[in-house]
Each structure stands twice: as C-alpha cells, then as structure tokens.
Design a protein around this ligand. Structure first.
Ligand code: ADP
Ligand code: MG
Length: 214
C-alpha cells in the first residue's frame, strides 16, 4: 500500500514525498480510511508507530475538502498532554501546511499568555495545544470553538493521567459544531477512564487497535 492509494490532495502527497514517506505504517493504513470517511475514531498502537500522520493527514484533507463548511476559526484543534509532545506534532503539522493556505499556531503551557491571545485573535485554522492552557484562553474568551470541525485527542490516556479530564470536557462543551469529528489516540483503550471520556466526547466511534498496548 502507498499513500497515493488514499484520496489525498496532491499537495499532501507532495509534502509526504518531501518528508521521504511513501508507504503508510500499519496504524496509518487502518486509521486513515476511518478518519477520512468522517467517522469518529478511537485508536491505539505503540509509541513510534506513526500515529501523528494518522490524524494530521485526514485532518488536513478534511480542511481542504470542506473549505466552506465552517467560517469560524479555529477549525481543527489538536490536544496533547505535554509541551514536548505538542511541539513534535506542531513540527510535523508545519511541514504539511507549508504547501497549503492554512495557518497554524501552538498554544502551550509555560509560554506568554498575552502573546498567545494575540495569535488566537488572528484566526488560525489549526491550533495545537496543551489542554490546561487552551482551557484558560477559553475562559478568557480568547477563542471560540463553535466553528470547530475536528478535535483530536492525542495521548488521551496521558492527558487523563495528568488530570485534564475537566478541561477536556469544557473544550468539548464549547466545541458544539454539529458536524464535529473527534479522533482519540491512546496507548491503551481498555481503561475505564478512557471509555468514560470517549462516551462523553465521541459519537459512535470506530475502534482500531494495532498490536500490544504499551
Ligand atoms: P507515535 O505517535 O505512534 O509515537 P510518530 O507519529 O511520532 O509515532 O512517528 C514516529 C516516527 O515515525 C517519526 O519519526 C515519523 O516521522 C516516522 N514516520 C511516521 N510515518 C511514517 C511512514 N509512513 N513511513 C516512515 N516513517 C514514518
Ligand atoms: Mg504520538
């Protein structure tokens, strides 16, 4: 299987070529068709198996395809438990959006709050964030999530371990677009807390689990 077998915009295929990727990993091959079909997804696979592109490629494809669906930014929000993980995902997103018209920013704990408020006011299409800081900006009305079409919860188990359940629920409640798609990635899917948050935030999700959980 090749990335070109998916119905991806040619700009995304070009970016993948630049990044040196031709064939999808197993999690990408199984998760991408579900995400590209617009369905909610709960997915797990071990660290290093390529989960980032499994959600970034469908996220960008959806934004390219549904240009006019929502006029309110941000249209996609990707949440991660830590600054380090968020920076890694943001780095990959920057490479992929370079070839498109989309603006992306990161909103991470520990960075200047007022600078972030200004960046949010410039209506980015994509936001990569840690949940605590994003929830703070939501409380201050620095962003509105009612145009959000795609919510990604990456490393969901770690976000719950770090005590972000309330922030995730607040973000979910603010992101009430009726066509919102939600993708959840986790090292494991069989914890009670993961299933509780999925029951609240996801809509009839499909499950994809590759290999042993780590
Ligand atoms: P995970 O989130 O599952 O821990 P990452 O998305 O961080 O994994 O990917 C791990 C590494 O694999 C990264 O260095 C990434 O660039 C690389 N990678 C991702 N997809 C592919 C692919 N299809 N082919 C080759 N390398 C890939
Ligand atoms: Mg990852």
């Amino acid at each position: 299987m090749q990335f070109s077998d998916f119905s991806l915009d040619k700009r995304l295929l070009q970016s993948l070529e630049h990044m040196g990727f031709t064939a999808p990993t197993e999690i990408q091959a199984q998760a991408m068709p579900v995400a590209l079909a617009g369905k909610d997804l709960m997915a797990s696979s071990k660290t290093g198996s390529g989960k980032t592109l499994a959600f970034l490629l469908p996220a960008l494809q959806r934004m390219i395809r549904t240009k006019a669906l929502s006029k309110k930014d941000p249209r996609a929000l990707i949440l991660l438990p830590t600054r380090e993980l968020a920076n890694q995902v943001y780095g990959q997103l920057r490479l992929l959006v370079a070839n498109t018209q989309f603006k992306s920013i990161s909103i991470l704990g520990g960075e200047n709050f007022n600078d972030q408020a200004k960046a949010l006011a410039r209506d980015p299409h994509f936001v990569v964030a840690t949940p605590g800081r994003l929830a703070d900006h939501l409380t201050h009305n620095h962003l509105y999530l009612n145009g959000l079409e795609l919510l990604v919860l990456d490393e969901a188990d770690r976000m719950l371990d770090l005590g972000f359940a309330e922030q995730l629920k607040a973000i979910h409640k603010a992101a009430d677009h009726k066509r919102r798609q939600t993708l959840m990635f986790s090292a494991t899917l069989d914890h009670q807390e993961i299933n509780d948050i999925a029951a609240e935030l996801l809509n009839s999700p499909e499950h994809v689990a590759i290999g042993a959980a780590n």
